[in-house]
Every structure is written in C-alpha cells, then in structure tokens.
Design a protein around this ligand. Structure first.
Ligand code: GRF
Length: 237
C-alpha cells in the first residue's frame, strides 16, 4: 500500500471516530479521501465539511430494495478510489455484494471485546451480565455481523459506578486511540487479511483475538518511545 493511502469513512451519526481518524491522518500515513453517509442530518457530515473532506449521502430510504442501496453505496464509495474502507458507526447492514467487493480492504470498529457482545446495546448488556472487563475491537468485515477476523482489541475494567453512558464515553476514548493506529498499519502495508482468513501484521499471523492494545500501550511506556504502536506490537507479539 502506498504511503499516501486514501481511505473512505462510512458513518451514520456523530462521527467522533471519523474526527479521530481525521485528526490523526497527518502522521499515520493515510488521508481521508471521502466520507459516505446514509443520514443527511448526521453530525459527522459537519465534521467532514469543517475538515474540507468531500462527502456523499446515500439515503437508504430512497432504495426500497437492499441490493439497490448496496449498489448505490458501493458506487459512492468507489468514486473516492479508496485503498481502505473504514466503517465508523455506520448503522446499516451491508449486503453480500458490497462485502464481497470489499473483502480484505474494509475495517469496522465495534464497542465490545469481540467475539463477546456482537450487535447493539453492548454497554447495557455488559453491565447486566456483571462483566468485569469491556472494550473495543477493530476487525476486518466479512459476511458475519461483527464476526470478521479480529485485528486489535483495547480493554478497560468496568467500575462499580459505571453506567451505560459512562462506559460509552470511556469506550469512545479507547476507540479514538485504537482506530487511527490500525488504519495506519494498513496504510503502511503492514496489515492484511490472509487467504486463509487469518490476520497478518508484518507477515506474522495474529492470534484470533488480535493484538491487545493495552499490552501495546504498556510496552510503549516501558520503552519510552513515542506513539508508534506498530513498533511496539512487533516487540510484544
Ligand atoms: C462507536 O462506538 C463504534 O464502536 C460503533 O458506533 C459508534 C460510533 O460512534 N460502531 P461515532 O459516530 O464515531 O461517535
């Protein structure tokens, strides 16, 4: 992948992960080439405009047939000729044609420690189950909902006083640190989905639970190097 990898970010709402991806793009070796959104009123579109990033809106309501929506969405995405498609709070389920066309070049971020808690309302479910740990996961997207091969996870301890809202805020902070880094690995050609369905970082196959970002952060602190987690990953794998 070229050092100047263009990414397209798909959003439906607030776009705080989009913001983190924009803010970090300068020193992570990728550029946000475009934003595609299915909700015309999404705040994330204002973030894109503020950053001077072109955006396209494909309203799902305009397409009674899912396959037609998928086609229009894919056309909007491909106009930006992305090296990587980045789902960041995109709230529509993608159809098989879209996924097949994007296999190995589409990532998603999910607010749980996958494979635990796929789907919606993860924070409330984690609290109801009395879990001690919670987190965020970046994975390649395949046909299984929130079930694609895992690249990296970042975890936190659930506190006595945590609510679904406080967990949402804490998880967002993890996501904003994690997602641009993983996208940077891909942009640098270090990360790929293997033909065997495994995830490879610097040529080494990752465990099925991916990289543990907390270990990465710890090893960075120990080594006293800047922020480049990719180097630290190598030492911790
Ligand atoms: C994030 O929590 C992400 O994990 C999930 O949707 C949320 C998007 O938040 N997929 P934002 O729009 O980036 O603020």
């Amino acid at each position: 992948m070229a050092a100047d990898c263009g990414i397209v970010v798909l959003i439906s709402g607030n776009g705080s992960n989009l913001q983190a991806l924009i803010d970090e793009s300068g020193h992570r070796g990728y550029r946000v080439a475009g934003v595609v959104c299915n909700e015309p009123s999404a705040f994330g579109l204002r973030r894109a405009a503020r950053a001077g990033i072109p955006a396209a809106v494909v309203e799902h309501g305009d397409y009674p047939e899912r396959a037609d929506f998928d086609r229009a969405l894919l056309a909007a995405v491909e106009k930006f000729a992305p090296g990587l498609i980045v789902l960041a709070g995109f709230m529509r389920i993608l159809g098989p044609a879209f996924i097949e066309a994007s296999l190995g070049r589409m990532l998603n971020i999910h607010p749980s420690l996958l494979p635990a808690y796929p789907g919606m309302r993860t924070h409330a479910r984690v609290l109801a189950a009395g879990e001690r740990e919670h987190g965020a996961t970046v994975h390649f997207v395949n046909e299984k909902l929130d079930g694609g091969p895992i690249v990296a996870r970042s975890r936190l301890m659930v506190g006595e006083d945590d609510t679904a809202d406080s967990l949402a805020a804490r998880i967002r902070r993890l996501e904003h640190a994690l997602y641009p880094r993983v996208v940077g690995w891909y942009a640098a050609g270090r990360l790929r989905l293997g033909r065997d369905g495994g995830v490879y970082l610097d040529g080494a196959k990752l465990p099925t639970t991916g990289v543990e970002a907390s270990e990465v952060a710890a090893s960075i602190r120990c080594r006293g190097v800047g922020e480049d987690t990719a180097d630290a990953v190598n030492t911790s794998m």
